[in-house]
Write a protein that binds this ligand. Sequence first.
Ligand SMILES: [Zn+2]
Length: 337
Amino acid sequence: MSTGSEVAPSWPGGARFAFSIFDDTDRMTLENGRPVYDVVTDLGLRITKSVWPVAPDGPARTGGTTCEDPDYVAWVQRLREVGHEIGFHNASDHPSARATTLRALDRFAELFGAPPRIGADHVGNHEAMYWGPKRLTGIRSRAYTTAMGVTRPYRETTQGEVPGSEYFWGDLLRDRIDYWRNFTFGDIDTLRACPHQPYHDPARPYVNWWFASSHAPTVDSFVAMFTPERLDELEQSGGACIAYTHFGMRFVRDGTVDPRVVETLEGIAQRNGWFAPVSEVLDHIRAQRGDDGGPITDGQRRSLENRWILEQLRTRAGSEAQRVVKRVRREPDPWAT
Ligand SMILES: [Zn+2]
């Protein structure tokens, strides 16, 4: 059984750290996606781009192109051919009942040759897995709900893991997808923030392996996370960064990639890192750890949840301010992570 390794793994090719990105597809179109992926690809970075396989069953929530657009999907297929991974961001940009999720998973496999290996829930989708207070366990779940309830509005409980719900698809997730995202942290070294990842949690059994990520949801936070100083820190820790961001949100304006983004990506790519899609990084960590995927222990889960709660409470004032700005701009809520 795994106890999880606290020692940084070694990385292929003598690299000093691992780096990847999970790109949430919110707002992405062919027009605003292609320029940034051209830069990423030319620099030799390989990352994970998520998709919505099918059109929404109702009004789109955040906007962005789905794989029902032929030009868009042809481009995504080319991204896969040049070494990027394609991930699942639920069926679409709207809550999806089970039948739609099933159709989306089948469609994904048709389009990309195999089921998705990895994914993350889209904000506001009722089929999200173990979301809201269900991300936390026991007393921590209740304490967090109370603490956050003071300032946060009531959020509908999600039902992806609830058998009998019209939104249930936990069995499909378990049978088809290896990795699903849970906590995000401010630390550039995701492995330091969540040293046991990827991990199985027996209390949330429909997810085979949870992974964490480093929280860089906007172009500004992305640029701020990867300064030379912070990259030095990642190199020194020897860990792995799995950045969670939204390339579709203002990384490209009027067809031009934000110059700060180009500089940031160049600063990453010129370092001695291992640049691979998220599933490959997680596979490698498991192989290095040499375990068969034993479950996270109660103590490990407790310390992970506590670390996340403390970070949430510490940054809550900032998040609230951002939520207000978001409402004014009628933006989607990239901080709801
Ligand atoms: Zn999303």
